[in-house]
Design a protein around this ligand. Structure first.
Ligand code: ATP
Ligand code: MG
Length: 368
């Protein structure tokens, strides 16, 4: 099969669609599948094209009959809901889709062809949710920044006054000195919190060519060094797609972003590290035609950071990217906020899916 056959020019435009589209023969053989379909199924174009479309469906019979019916002109189009058994994810529950089968002009060989559109039923809901949560994060960030500034201003004054007071008290009243020490100590703590709240917006970006795998390797060794006393209880596996190109970005900030997420995973894995079967996986992949916020990109890289820990606590799952949201003793709840800010500064985003035993943070960054 030649490459010209793999991507007939008349179908090229379909690659731009966010909806999964397949052109098939009446007997179900795939002639063309667009990029959205490949992504959705996690399959290469070649594999998809040799396949029988109905094989991917839970109820193959229904699709086979519909394809034949539409191709034979019994009806011009047909719609129904179905369950896709996704290639790589066949072991999962499948993907609910709305299927629209329509007639097309016959191919050059005169064979009837049909156009099959597959609309992910959850996709629309998820896209709405992502957009809403990006807006919310933006609003919260502004509020936090303004608040942090307001808190920061008087802190210097309070600290100075407490020190003056300490000097005055030195001779007569040593035990009162303890109080002034508490004031100074607490002011310093607030100061460092406020500094961290303001930090991501202060630093200028240093942009250069960066390689995602070099970043992953750095983070991997940093975290492994931190856990070197755990007797190998923590494993950090790599699953890299080395064909990913370099991209423009701020290397130090990107290391910080990945480090914050991997550290969270390592912290969540505490008891599994003790038990010796803690696992974090760093997985890189190419994604095509992705939507980030309101913008569409032809190509992006995905870095998945997976762990087999207990999962993000359900009560904070929707809010983990907001500042000061923490489910961890001693956590300040800033790690993910900072990571999300850094991703956004690279036109990207981070999202998370989590259940007990499998948590996946996905970083998506557009590629040139
Ligand atoms: N991989 C994970 N598994 C389980 N829970 C997680 C994971 N990653 C994040 N969380 C939850 O999300 C919360 C927020 O994470 P975030 O990094 O923003 O703050 P933090 O870790 O509490 O504090 P810090 O500012 O020190 O990073 C964590 O406290 C934790 O409850
Ligand atoms: Mg953290």
């Amino acid at each position: 099969m030649s490459d010209a056959h793999l991507l007939p020019a008349e179908f090229a435009g379909l690659d731009l669609l966010a909806t999964m589209v397949v052109v098939a023969r009446a007997d179900g053989e795939c002639l063309f599948a667009n990029a959205a379909f490949e992504n959705g199924m996690r399959l290469s174009r070649r594999t998809v094209q040799k396949a029988q479309l109905p094989d991917w469906f839970d109820d193959a019979q229904r699709l086979t009959e519909t394809l034949a019916g539409v191709a034979a002109n019994h009806y011009s189009s047909s719609r129904f809901d179905a369950l896709l058994r996704r290639g790589a994810w066949a072991h999962e529950d499948g993907l609910p889709v709305h299927v629209i089968v329509s007639q097309m002009d016959a191919g050059e060989d005169g064979e009837p062809r049909v156009l099959v559109e597959l609309i992910e039923i959850a996709q629309q809901a998820r896209q709405d949710r992502d957009e809403r949560s990006l807006d919310q994060v933006q609003a919260t960030k502004e509020l936090t920044r303004n608040l942090a500034h307001e808190i920061k201003n008087p802190l210097g004054g309070i600290r100075g006054a407490a020190q003056l007071l300490a000097l005055e008290l030195q001779d007569g009243n040593p035990e009162l000195n303890e109080y002034t020490q508490v004031i100074v100590h607490e002011v310093d703590r607030l100061q460092s919190l406020v500094d961290r709240l303001l930090a991501p917006h202060r630093k200028a970006q240093v942009v250069g060519d960066v390689n995602i795998h070099e970043i992953c390797e750095r983070v991997r060794s940093l975290v492994l060094i931190e856990h070197q006393n755990s007797n190998g209880g923590l494993r950090i596996q790599r699953d890299y797609d080395t064909s990913l190109p370099d991209f423009r970005g701020d290397r130090e900030q990107l290391i910080q972003m990945v480090l914050n997420i991997v550290q969270n995973a390592a912290q969540a894995l505490g008891s599994r590290i003790a038990a010796g079967d803690a696992r974090i996986t760093l997985r890189t992949r190419v994604a095509r035609q992705v939507t980030i916020g309101k913008q569409r990109w032809r190509l992006a890289l995905e870095l998945h950071i997976e762990d087999n820990g207990p999962g993000v606590p359900a009560e904070i799952r929707d809010r983990i990217f907001f500042p000061l949201v923490s489910g961890r003793e001693g956590g300040s709840g800033l790690g993910l906020t900072l990571a999300q800010t850094i991703a956004q500064q690279h036109q990207g985003m981070i999202d998370c899916e989590s259940e007990p035993g499998l948590t996946n943070f996905r970083i998506t960054i557009p590629l040139p």
